[in-house]
Design a binder for this molecule. Sequence first.
Ligand code: APR
Length: 233
Amino acid sequence: MGKIVILTGAGISAESGLGTFRDAGGLWAQHSIEDVATPEGFARNPALVHGFYNARRQQAAAAQPNSAHRALARLQSDCSGEVVIVTQNVDALHEAGGARDVLHMHGTLAGALCAACGHRWPAPDMMEPGELCPRCGGASARPDVVWFGEMPYYMDRIMDHLAGADIFAAIGTSGQVYPAAGFVQEANAVNAHTVEMNLDRSYIASAFDETRLGPATQIVVDWVAEQLGVTRA
Ligand code: APR
């Protein structure tokens, strides 16, 4: 089995009870992206932004991984080839489901970052304005989440993985946010087999060789069983 590179989005955590962004009633229907997911919004009203992420941190901490998270972890452990999981999600459900070395390209709710010195530390359950950086003492603590207009993390490593992919699978993402939405083109450029697994066709569905529609807890579990050559119980 060759190298499998997987990109996940909010849809893989939907059945664990965590809201997606762009589905009906999603997070961006409830909150203004400019206010809670940009550096400018944080500078304008840090209390509002901390409140947004504190609520998501609490929800994520109470959520359990679902069978799709666990299936990807099983693929990583049982597959003969290398399996790399890149996620846009800031929850830790991949890790809770047993996955390893997950590349959180949009950061994590579990992390805190000092905007002044770049120091990172485990975020407390509730962050508030004026939190001091443990290293430099500056009152510049923020959630270690990548906001719009900021560079996602691990891009060099992700591009290297895509350059060597034999299979690229996108799961639970609407394909509306770059650079993640462009990963399928990188995979196509090296003739990887590309498959999209989603509840509905995404904005970039036409770029994939294969599309599987349905809830992740069904279609991802089936797909992993096929990759491992096992029939589902
Ligand atoms: N199973 C599979 N797919 C699902 C499920 C499910 N149970 N429920 C929803 N989906 C799909 C939706 O059809 C949609 O295409 O998941 C996708 C979620 O899309 P978005 O809400 O746009 O989330 P995502 O693609 O992860 O957003 C990317 O945008 O706002 C930024 O930083 C944020 O990381 C996020 C990025």
